[in-house]
Design a protein around this ligand. Sequence first.
Ligand SMILES: [Fe+2]
Ligand SMILES: [Fe+2]
Length: 175
Amino acid sequence: MQNLNEWQVDQDYVAIVGDLLQREEVQKLENYPQHHFSNRLEHSISVSYQSYLIAKKVGADEVATARAGLLHDLFYYDWRTTKFDEGTHAYVHPRIALKNARKITHISPKEADIIVKHMFGATIAPPKYVESWIVSLVDDYAAVNEYLLPQMYVSYFKWQMKVATRFTNFRLKIQ
Ligand SMILES: [Fe+2]
Ligand SMILES: [Fe+2]
């Protein structure tokens, strides 16, 4: 994201996620480092807002994208030090996030798919909706953006979006 606070002046976006942002369960994500240069709240807003902009641009469901994007990493442990018997962090944390998200708001089947499939690539089940593809790809991009300079990744992102259209039969207008 070019400007971390860009979303704050986008009233349409704030109207969609404002109730979630006021929740303590979301705000406390600020206490967890995510990648090298960001905490989990900054990361979640960044993924949500960038995904929302793309969803709007391509005519997808920007409300589900923004809300589920914001909640996609709603978990409260340090992934670098916590291990699970049930599986890898990549497999476990989307399920924990969905469970936590359901405690604070209604989650539609599409929003559930967005949250649970956001690690596609590291996990096997492919996204069912174009909105899930968008969040998954933006999350990949964010991981690099928050860690390294992203220039090379932009080309990769565009290529991945083209791959996504084959799975979803959804025509994206990204050039
Ligand atoms: Fe995640
Ligand atoms: Fe993430």
